[in-house]
Design a protein around this ligand. Structure first.
Ligand code: HEC
Ligand code: HEC
Length: 87
């Protein structure tokens, strides 16, 4: 099969798409959560199959939205991006 113009364009789009995807995931992840008693509790509960959504409700108790940096991604699933120290 000969590669036509359309095939090349298609491949370029696919490559661009995946570059974008992986680039994005790397950037989105926030700093690691400190290894202290407060935070460890959350991630141990997560390991014991607690619902992530319920656990995350506890984060803003100390980390209110107003005090996060201005460029912080506007999403509430904290534990999606903020991973435990050395998983
Ligand atoms: C009881 C209060 C409290 C709760 C609840 C809490 N944190 Fe924290 N968190 C802190 C304090 C205090 C610090 C800063 C101390 C340190 O760096 O060790 C901190 C630091 C952090 C940092 C590091 C910030 C940086 O600049 O590197 C992240 C990320 C974080 N917390 C995420 C979370 C997430 C996600 C949750 C919910 C699962 C959570 N925290 C729940 C008090 C809390
Ligand atoms: C989409 C991914 C994402 C989600 C969801 C997310 N964060 Fe972040 N967070 C980041 C990134 C990226 C940074 C680093 C931002 C920067 O330094 O400019 C960050 C930084 C932080 C910091 C450090 C702030 C500082 O002063 O250095 C804290 C604390 C934090 N996030 C807490 C939370 C909490 C609490 C939630 C849930 C309410 C949350 N994050 C949800 C990506 C995320």
């Amino acid at each position: 099969m000969k590669l036509g113009r359309k095939d090349l364009i298609f491949i370029a789009i696919v490559v661009a798409f995946f570059t974008f995807l992986f680039w994005g995931t790397g950037k989105e992840l926030g700093p690691f959560v400190p290894e202290d008693a407060t935070h460890r509790e959350f991630y141990q509960a997560l390991a014991q199959k607690e619902k992530r959504k319920d656990l995350e409700k506890g984060c803003p108790e100390c980390h209110q939205w107003e005090f996060l940096p201005k460029n912080h991604p506007p999403k509430e699933q904290c534990m999606f991006c903020h991973l435990p120290p050395e998983s």
